[in-house]
Design a protein around this ligand. Structure first.
Ligand SMILES: [Zn+2]
Length: 136
């Protein structure tokens, strides 16, 4: 499988991202890591255009057929972009993922897009990021 993961550059979710790649049989997949991950593709103008150019390059170079969009809870890049927390993270992330999935599927005809969110778990002795969960 030839895949591309678009995910947040936050190093705290690197292990969860690697685990998802492994689970999907895509350990050697391409990665496009920027603050907020798919967030950059929700922005208007230059930011989105540059990001789309990067994705197009990776598709062209490596024959990407599947794109994984991976967002995570407790994302400082999202916080920064929205000017603070105090929103329903899960709902907001899922909405943006669906929006970016539609954008990518409309832009790149032969690409399948799958969406995941890495949750923040408060329970247990040590709060930590959990296993990535699919978003429909
Ligand atoms: Zn993040």
């Amino acid at each position: 499988m030839t895949a591309l993961f678009i995910a947040c550059a936050d190093g705290r979710v690197a292990a969860a991202l690697a685990a998802l790649q492994e689970k999907e049989g895509a350990s050697d997949a391409d990665r496009f890591l920027v603050p907020g991950g798919p967030l950059v593709l929700t922005k208007p103008g230059t930011e989105r255009r540059v990001a789309l150019d990067c994705v197009r390059t990776q598709i062209d170079l490596h024959g990407i057929r599947t794109i994984y969009l991976v967002s995570h809870q407790e994302c400082p890049a999202y916080e920064h972009s929205l000017g603070g927390l105090g929103f329903d993270q899960q709902e907001l992330l899922a909405r943006d993922l669906r929006r970016v999935k539609a954008l990518l599927e409309n832009t790149f005809a032969d690409v399948e897009v799958r969406c995941f969110i890495i949750p923040w778990r408060e329970s247990g002795a040590a709060p930590a990021f959990g296993e990535a969960e699919p978003v429909e």
